[in-house]
Design a protein around this ligand. Sequence first.
Ligand code: THU
Length: 130
Amino acid sequence: MKKEEILKLLEEAIVAREGSYSPYSNFKVGAVVVDQDNNHYLGANIENASYGLSNCGERTAIFSAVSQGLKKIKMIAVVGDTTQPISPCGACRQVISEFADENTIIILGNLKNDYKIMNMGELLPYGFKL
Ligand code: THU
C-alpha cells in the first residue's frame, strides 16, 4: 500500500474519532472499515455509565458496516491518542476476525501519523472460528 493511501485512511479514522462518546475515560478512538466494494464505514467508541456496556470504536464501525451490507473487511484503520500506534483490545481482534481472513490488512495509528500495518494472522494468531 502507498503511504499516501495509508495516511488518507488514518485521516478518515481521525475524523471518525470525533464521533466518540467517551465522558468516562476521555479516551477517543476512531475507526474506518473498507469493504469489498470500497465502501467506507466510520465508527467511534461509545461509553456507558455502566462501564462494561461501552463499545469500542472498531466494533462500532464494523457493526455499522455489517448492518449496511459489508460481507468482508478489506481493510480497517484505527486511531487513538497514543504514543505508539494504538493496539486494539482482544474483543475487537475477535470481532474483526469474524469478517476477515489471515491476510486482511489492519492499520494501527495515532494522531501523529505514526502507524503500524499488520495482518489479521499477526493481530490474532490462532483465533477462534467455528
Ligand atoms: N477502546 C476502543 O475503542 N478500542 C480499543 O481497541 C481499546 C479501547 C475504548 C474503550 C473505552 O471507551 C476507551 O477506549 C478506554 O478504554
